[in-house]
Design a protein around this ligand. Sequence first.
Ligand code: GLY
Ligand code: MN
Ligand code: MN
Length: 365
Amino acid sequence: MSSDRYLARRTKLIQAIRKADLSALLVTNPKNVSYLTGFSGEDSHLLIGPGRTHFFSDSRFETQLQDECPGLTVEIRTSRTLMHDFLAEWLPKFGLSNLGIESSSMVVSLHNQLTESLKPLPLVPKAGLVEELRLIKDSDEVTELRRAVHQAERGFELMRSLILPDQTERQASHELEHGMRRFGATRAAFEPIIAVGDRAALPHYRAGMRTFRESGFALIDWGALSARGYHSDLTRILVTSKLPTKLAHVYGVVLKAQLAGIAAIRPGAKCQDVDAAARKVIEQAGFGKHFGHGLGHGIGLDIHEGPKLSPISTDVLKPGMTVTVEPGIYLPGMGGVRIEDDVLVTRDGCEVLTSLPKDVPLTVC
Ligand code: GLY
Ligand code: MN
Ligand code: MN
């Protein structure tokens, strides 16, 4: 990504900082730091506000910063100074009248240390200033999300071609991650959920020691982390021998619900209405109490970010947002079905970024 891209993001943030009556914001969330600067390391903070952009890091990252963030003003601490002492030494030089802090990510100990050492400078808790910008993906981010989807789908297809009846969920998870890495992923976006048989009734099960032979189907929820840190997130049902008749019926209901949710996605749509469009299908089929989670969530630098598609969401969709659509029905003791795709909100509707077939459950090759 070009340094102009990061500059444009910082310029937008400075407008928000002005609007919030802050002299500056101390960005401590590593994903937000990366979003604003392109820095891929850790333990580094960005002070940003009208007329000032200062990056605080340590000597491990000095060369990396020259490569990744050309033109940024960087202060490097050595191992003789702790980060909070370094900040306490630097921040008073800027003549701030207050300092915004990222209240949803700053740890209490750093907050306490800075409150004490920067006295009488008021620290103003502010959540979501950068996250608000991150809701709308720019074209570079959409390209990166497409890559993450491609890596997940190609990795899955490779794993699917290699499944053996005696393989455990955990072994398949290993194959899946290996496959995604072969197609360019940094790693899996999260620990894959590979749930054989009745384990599929646990929405956030982790791959365990069940073998595929122990049942006729599995729920697989996985994603890839792209080289630049973007996440994809998909779910499919894989039939290794046979799907129980009741779950075959449930599959049809979940698919209808998912298509209804996707059809409701367009700019201006309320996220709770998108959730309702899918939920209604499941409720009308008599499975309402078996769909306990929200319909979906934003994806990007985090695997779960805004906007939220849920019955209590107050978010409204805008072009450039990317969300998952993932209704599920979970029947304890029997299994479950979830179908999950990644969707980009476009100027006049939406585009489904994922392309793995879903009309019927996938089978092993
Ligand atoms: N993979 C977790 C989720 O679908 O949200
Ligand atoms: Mn998922
Ligand atoms: Mn998801």
